[in-house]
Design a protein around this ligand. Structure first.
Ligand code: F6P
Length: 344
């Protein structure tokens, strides 16, 4: 078969491992040919692709980023965009398309499937918020990076008797904040699923202070809502999927905490460091399993579906189900936080 591949949306560690697995298994076991569209859906619209061979993918498994590069291109917002993609895929004589991306990218895959394109999706995002899969690759690496950073903040915060507020990614879901916050023994963890209660945050910090801990670590997801209900953003521009550029909640909170408690408070935003660098062993393995399953699905004709992890097993679900909502942190997981909190 002739198969097209692309990576869309924000990059994350493990994208290359998927490409590596798809191309290797496809060529060695199925006799396939591959092309990779460059810069996500933009590459399909512009018919900009490269051949993917065993040589092209040699050694990429261990590398972060994506050899195909990526972009946030919303084909559905472009007049005639879906039709243009259908024509380009036909002109390239493709039997199938594998799209590696999060909910935005997969919303385009789904629209193309409705237009008759044989497509398969692979879930990626450090936010871990794609519905229907237990884990997206990229999440484990991001959590490790954030946890290491939080570990480091403990020692400097303690040395100065300071509170440090650490902002991590997580637009709609607080999985990174929750996991890295608990793993990094943060004193307060704040997620988008639960509006911030500033009094409660300060009471927790004061309790620790009164019980001998003269410093505090607060971990907050970028999408967490201020007491006013607002999110902090940079500028007013939104991307082609309508997302604002979230950033600044840590600084806003740091100012509010310092004012309310009198404790010297600093903020740090880990930003894109969480998306960069090499994937963890877990992400390399998960991405490889997703890639192998995706090319097998193509050969079984299982189109319109997303590869997912359920427990320890690789399965698939309809793409429409995957993009129907975000997978957010539920009460069961939020109880981990309350279970560790002192009663204030
Ligand atoms: O979608 C994943 C994500 O990392 C979000 O957590 C974050 O809000 C966004 O991407 C940042 O995207 P960009 O690369 O466009 O700044």
């Amino acid at each position: 078969m002739r198969v097209g591949l692309l990576t869309g949306g924000g990059d994350c560690p493990g994208l290359n491992a998927v490409i590596h697995a798809v191309v290797k298994k496809g060529i060695i076991h199925h006799g396939d040919e591959f092309i990779g569209f460059l810069e996500g859906w933009r590459g399909v619209l512009d018919n900009n692709s490269i051949p993917l061979t065993l040589e092209t993918v040699d050694g990429i498994l261990i590398k972060g980023g994506t050899i195909l590069r990526t972009s946030r291109t919303n084909v559905r917002k472009i007049e005639g965009g879906i039709q243009k993609c259908v024509e380009v895929l036909k002109a390239n004589k493709l039997d199938a398309l594998i799209a590696i991306g999060g909910d935005d990218t997969q919303s385009v895959t789904n629209a193309l499937i409705e237009a008759g394109v044989p497509g398969v999706g692979v879930p990626k995002t450090i936010d871990n918020d794609l519905n229907g899969t237990d884990v997206c690759f990229g999440f484990d690496t991001a959590v490790s990076i954030a946890t290491e950073a939080i570990d480091r903040l403990h020692t400097t915060a303690e040395a100065h008797n300071r509170v440090i507020v650490c902002e991590v990614m997580g637009r709609d879901a607080g999985w990174i904040a929750l996991t890295a916050g608990v793993a990094g023994n943060a004193h307060v963890v704040l997620v988008p699923e639960k509006p911030i209660d500033l009094d409660h945050v300060c009471n927790l910090l004061k309790y620790n202070h009164d019980h001998g801990k003269k410093y505090g670590i607060v971990v907050v997801a970028e999408g967490a809502k201020l007491p006013s209900g607002a999110q902090t953003t940079v500028g007013t521009k939104v991307d082609s999927f309508g997302h604002a550029r979230l950033s600044g909640i840590a600084q806003a909170l740091a100012e509010a905490i310092e004012e309310k408690t009198g404790y010297e408070t600093r903020s740090v935003n880990l930003g894109h460091t969480q998306r960069g660098g090499t994937p963890s062993a877990y992400d390399r393995m998960l991405a490889t399993r997703y890639g192998l399953a995706a090319i097998d699905m193509v050969h079984k004709g299982e189109f319109g579906r997303l590869v997912v992890l359920r427990g320890t097993e690789i399965k698939s679900i309809p793409l429409a189900e995957a993009i129907s909502k975000n997978r957010t942190v539920d009460d069961h997981f939020l109880e981990i936080l309350t279970g560790l909190e002192p009663k204030v």
